[in-house]
Design a protein around this ligand. Structure first.
Ligand code: APR
Length: 235
């Protein structure tokens, strides 16, 4: 089924597949992060309480990879779309890298947090993360040694959900890019958008777990299918 390429209000949800070709890897593909690390140890509040040094080591490595990575043509295409349709493209991402921002995108909604931000587990203060984060680093506000990455871990509430749900209710086109559709609430956004009357499109290397919920799907690497799709929308 094809969908009309005319869109007034677009919501784009991106996942790890958007940044895969920038070298940041994914979680559930072959040799993905969750095949090499136990997510219970490095991506849960309980894991952080048990072994904060291991969690900092994990995110320090991902932060270093992110700083070395470069935006790929898919990040650049989404920034181009946003510039061409000001205030009509909402970029929601599950990714914690800043490659969309470095490609020129603005107001990116990071529902799973950001590698570039730190959070105090004691008082909730947030600040720009140092390149290397350490267990004993005192919070700049309450001075307690409770610094953690500002990342939403399993079992924690994703950020900006009201803003995301308002955008989904208002969208006439919802596009999911490079996400496996395994993790909620993000995996349910396609249904919320469809319920509100939006057309829905999946762009992925291969069918996601939720591909049957989309009106249309296109397969290929994000660095190819995303610029092609953006070129079609911008005519
Ligand atoms: N181009 C497009 N899509 C790709 C590419 C590529 N080059 N490479 C991989 N993909 C797709 C895969 O087909 C898969 O659908 O990216 C998706 C990666 O899926 P996951 O590894 O599950 O990543 P994601 O969907 O973003 O995970 C969601 O799970 O672990 C949590 O918080 C973490 O934000 C993450 C969330």
């Amino acid at each position: 089924m094809t969908i009309s390429m005319r869109a007034d209000r677009v919501v784009v949800l991106t996942g790890a597949g958007l940044s895969a070709e920038s070298g940041l890897g994914t979680f559930r593909d072959k040799d993905g992060l969750w095949t090499r690390y136990d997510l219970n140890e490095v991506a849960t509040p309980e894991g952080f309480a048990r072994n904060p040094a291991l969690v900092h080591e994990f995110y320090n490595a991902r932060r270093a990879n992110c700083l070395e990575a470069r935006p790929n043509p898919a990040h650049e295409a989404l920034a181009r779309l946003q510039r061409a349709m000001p205030d009509r493209v909402t970029l929601v991402t599950q990714n914690v890298d800043d490659l969309l921002e470095r490609a020129g995108a603005v107001e990116v909604i990071h529902m799973h947090g950001e590698l570039t931000r730190a959070l105090c587990a004691a008082c909730g203060h947030r600040w720009d993360a140092t390149r290397v984060m350490e267990v004993a680093a005192p919070c700049p506000d309450c001075e307690r040694p409770a610094t953690r990455p500002d990342i939403v871990w399993f079992g924690e509430m994703p950020y900006h959900m009201e803003r995301i749900e308002a955008a989904l209710r208002d969208a006439d086109l919802f596009v999911a890019i490079g996400t496996s559709g395994n993790v909620y609430p993000a995996a349910g956004f396609v249904q919320e958008a469809a319920f509100a009357g939006a057309e829905t499109l999946e762009l992925n290397l291969e069918p996601s777990a939720t591909v049957s919920l989309f009106d249309a799907a296109r397969f290929g690497p994000a660095s190819v299918v995303v610029p092609d799709w953006v070129a079609e929308v911008l005519g």
